[in-house]
Design a protein around this ligand. Structure first.
Ligand SMILES: O=C(O)CCC(=O)C(=O)O
Ligand SMILES: [Fe+2]
Length: 392
């Protein structure tokens, strides 16, 4: 094996897989392990009531594991130690390091970084560099995957992100079965699904994590914003009270509003539908953002009486929830150029169709999860059981 064992492959993940993982991260991501870094781990998806959103990861994890085992000639020898979506916002960077450079990371033997969006198009900065050997610099392109050993043969760094949000799917692999992520996830899943059967009538809905996981703080001067609200605002929506009445809250209780039913508004209209909480609303907003083009085409091709129509209310002044946080900072940290297309093509009836299609999508994933889990438990490994249905 070469002095610097590594491989860069182009177009390994399809554009739609990239978009689906982006949808999951923008709906479920929380503050990560370093300032300016957000993450969505599989255990977080389980803990927040979205275990079904693990399914899109499953075939991708499988093929990346095969690739790593092939390239490093260690068939049937590896366990996945960590799978997560990681985004780096404006200001984030990392200096020279190897991925096993802490005593508690010694079990990491190989790394795989899959780029889910692209340098210069979706973000600026964020170029990856190896200290020695070739390729020396990697300019992320959506769909590309980079694999390398986690030891000091592959010391690397990432330049500061100067604009936009740089998104990757990152996996680490280990030879040590004690660090097998699958065994831990399967145990969490079994507990969660068994408990849910009894007391959760609606198993698809997100359960928010603790509030501080959504608070993006910037610097030492207390500036910051709530990620859930910021992600909704950036796409042009507001969160509203359910009764269309003025609702102002003190900073200490705003979290309360985000875990209770609410509505969505845009311009001078409020959508009649009640969402269970801010994460439910956010997930639908992000789903529409992901599928906007297909939804428009699907609705035009259908008989309009059959297509869902949005029930809209006039907004009364002050019905938007007034929440703490700095919207300018949120726009600066999370805003990106590609949002503009969305702002121009918005349509409430497409949005109503997005709600119905999201429900079908989540229902399908949930069914697949329930069917897969007994196989995962039996074999103690997470793998693709059957084919995934394509909705559109
Ligand atoms: O995102 C990347 O390109 C690499 C990130 C990295 O080096 C790390 O998370 O250890
Ligand atoms: Fe690294």
């Amino acid at each position: 094996m070469a002095e610097h064992p590594r491989l860069l492959l182009h177009n390994f993940i399809s554009p739609d897989q990239c978009k689906e993982l982006e949808f999951i991260h923008r709906s479920c991501g929380v503050m990560g392990y370093r300032p300016g870094v957000l993450s969505t781990t599989l255990s977080h998806l389980i803990a927040t009531g979205c275990p079904h959103l693990m399914l899109p990861f499953v075939p991708i994890r499988d093929t990346i594991k095969d690739l790593v085992e092939d390239f490093f000639s260690c068939h049937f020898d590896l366990f996945i130690e960590f799978t997560g979506l990681i985004s780096w916002c404006k200001g984030a960077s990392i200096g020279w390091h190897s991925d096993d450079n802490r005593p508690y990371l010694k079990q990491r033997h190989f790394a795989a970084v899959c780029y889910l969006n692209s340098y210069d198009k979706d973000f600026k900065g964020g170029v990856f560099h190896f200290k020695d050997g070739e390729p020396a610099s990697i300019f992320p392109v959506a769909g590309d995957v980079l694999i390398y050993t986690a030891d000091s043969c592959n010391i690397h760094s990432v330049d500061e992100v100067t604009e936009g949000e740089r998104l990757t799917l990152t996996l680490w692999f280990t030879r040590d079965s004690a660090h097998d992520e699958d065994a831990k996830l399967i145990s969490l899943l079994s507990q969660r699904l068994l408990n849910n059967e009894d007391n959760n009538p609606d198993p698809y809905l997100s359960v928010p994590a603790s509030d501080n996981m959504y608070w993006f703080s910037h610097g030492h001067n207390q500036l910051g914003f709530d990620l859930r609200c910021a992600r909704v605002h950036i796409l042009g929506y507001n969160l509203c009270s359910t009764n269309n009445k003025e609702c102002k809250v003190s900073d200490s209780s705003y979290e309360e509003l985000l875990v209770n039913p609410l509505r969505l508004s845009r311009g001078d209209k409020i959508l009649g539908k009640e969402f269970a909480n801010s994460l439910h609303a956010l997930q639908v907003v992000q789903f529409y953002y992901w599928k906007a083009h297909e939804l428009k085409v699907a609705r035009k091709g259908r008989n309009s009486t059959k297509s869902p129509q949005a029930s809209l209310l006039e907004k009364t002044s002050g019905s938007d929830l007034v929440l703490p946080g700095d919207p300018k900072l949120a726009e600066d940290v999370l805003g990106c150029l590609s949002h503009d297309d969305m702002l121009n093509s918005f349509d409430w009836d497409d949005f109503a169709l997005a709600i119905a299609t999201w429900e079908a999508y989540i229902g399908e994933l949930h069914k697949d999860l329930v069917a897969s889990l007994p196989h995962w438990v039996k074999h103690q490994i997470i793998y693709l059981v059957g084919e995934r249905q394509c909705l559109m």
